[in-house]
Design a protein around this ligand. Structure first.
Ligand code: S3P
Length: 458
């Protein structure tokens, strides 16, 4: 089915042409929709529950598929990426059932079975990179495939260290599809040049199946959900600073409640800070210190942000976050900050357009390897909206505070985080904007717009 409307809207004297298209192909995988975002005319006020953490949901379903017994995962993400991980595990013979719309049970005998077809990771880099580490050490062959965006993303970062462990992976130009011939692996001592949790997790998971010890050192600390969860599941794993050591282990099943995703909360944190008079309470957000870079940046910018009711749930720190409209000043973001807020940088760019002074973001060239090139796309979009932003090879420089004019259509290249970042920019622009590919927000955040609307947007 394909449905489309074309037309024009007039707002505050500006004429915007729009197209609204939705395609529902047989497999419901592709969707293309243009969304008009109106400037917020009232403060955002209220208390909302942020949906489930994507990184933790991936790990919960994948790791419990490796454990002998029955695991229960509460508040499992409904995002398309995590559903890709779930389906890949099912296609490897694991019995996974929904107990309700947010709870799954995973029943496994601890062994994966040879898949009868290629394993489709969809848009999800986390699925492909984590699964490649697991599949490399199995006694069967498999093929990992992904969508157009994932098939362009670099896989050398996992192929190289896995090959050092004895893995046999064939890929054209180090890109998906990855053809993996199961092999006996040996442990390695690996120093990564990248602070990437996906690469780290891939090697640690391969280490679960490898003979001998695997030691992985990263240049700066990336998110450590893998280390926490594997430890809780009984793996032989130790962490010392930026080095993790793991040995062959069997995993025990778990009961996990996944917290809210701070990367999703980031859109509401930003909106709350920049839409005048707003005040928002975000409930149950994961505040793992390897993920809270955005909170530190907001504090450095002088923003009003508070953690309340801090607690630990299923081995992860959790809190409620109160944020309110603030006068912001620019700050520098670089080095060890970057892995702690890598996914939040597009929306932090929006934040910086509303901060007084020059915000410099450095050391983040890996943003170019995400679902889209997040440096060029953010710079082009915000420039089009009227921001004073300059592109650097490894980041951007933003001079604020600028009024965003809007009145334009923004390309997002099917990147969920760009879609939602630009939506937030639209809330503080003078004229409406149109966002291309709005549907892609479902990759990590189904219901994003409804939640915004519940705070008074629209
Ligand atoms: C993730 C790690 C990060 C992040 C991605 C999720 C994870 O990627 O950008 O959205 O769950 O491990 P890199 O490891 O490529 O930095």
């Amino acid at each position: 089915m394909c449905f489309g409307i074309r037309g024009k809207i007039f707002s505050k004297g500006i004429e915007i042409s729009y197209k609204w298209f939705t395609f529902f192909p047989a497999d419901d995988k592709i969707s293309c929709m243009k969304k008009q975002v109106m400037p917020a005319i009232a403060p955002l006020k209220g208390c909302i529950e942020i949906p489930s953490d994507k990184s933790i949901s991936h790990r919960a379903v994948i790791f419990s598929s490796l454990a002998k017994g029955r695991s229960v995962i509460k508040n499992f993400s409904a995002g398309a990426d995590c559903v890709s991980s779930l389906n890949v595990c099912r296609n490897l013979g694991v019995n996974i059932n929904y107990l309700d719309d947010k709870t799954i049970e995973v029943i496994s005998d601890g062994n994966l079975k040879e898949p009868s077809e290629p394993l489709d990771c969809g848009n999800s880099g986390t699925t492909m990179r984590l699964m490649s580490g697991i599949l490399a050490g199995q006694n069967f062959n498999s093929v990992l495939i992904g969508d157009e965006s994932l098939s362009r993303r670099p896989m050398k970062r996992v192929i190289e260290p896995l090959s050092l462990m004895g893995a046999r992976i064939t890929a054209n130009d180090n890109k998906a599809p990855l053809k993996i011939e199961g092999e006996r692996l040996n442990g390695i001592l690996y120093r990564s040049k990248l602070a990437s949790a996906q690469v780290k997790s891939c090697i640690l998971l391969a280490g679960l199946y490898a003979d001998g010890v695997t030691s992985y050192t990263e240049p700066a600390k990336s998110r450590d959900h893998t280390e926490r969860m594997l430890k809780a599941m009984g793996a032989d794993i130790t962490v010392d600073g930026n080095t993790v050591v793991i040995s062959k282990s069997k995993l025990a099943p778990v009961q996990i409640t996944v917290p809210g995703d701070i990367s999703s909360a980031a859109f509401f944190i930003t909106a709350g800070l920049i839409v005048p008079e707003s005040e928002i309470l975000l409930k149950n957000v994961g505040v793992n210190p390897a993920r809270t870079g955005i909170i530190d940046v907001v504090k450095r910018m002088g923003g009003s942000i508070e953690l309340l009711n801090e607690r630990e749930e299923s081995g992860e720190p959790v809190a409620d976050i109160r944020v309110s409209y603030s006068k912001l000043k620019a700050c520098d973001i670089s080095g060890g900050d970057i892995p702690r807020l890598i996914d939040e940088l597009p929306v932090i760019a929006v934040l910086a357009t509303q901060a007084e002074g020059i915000t410099v973001v450095k050391d983040s060239s890996d943003l170019r390897n995400k679902e889209a090139d997040r440096i060029t796309t953010v710079v082009n979009a915000l420039k089009l909206m009227g921001a004073d932003i300059k592109e650097r090879t490894d980041g951007f420089v933003i001079k604020g505070k600028t009024e965003l004019k809007g009145g334009c259509e923004l390309e997002t290249f099917h990147d969920h985080r760009l879609v939602m970042s630009f939506y937030v920019a639209g809330l503080v622009s003078k004229n409406p904007i149109v966002i291309d590919g709005f549907e892609w927000s479902k990759i990590s955040f189904p219901g994003f717009e409804n939640l915004m609307e519940s705070l008074g947007v629209g």
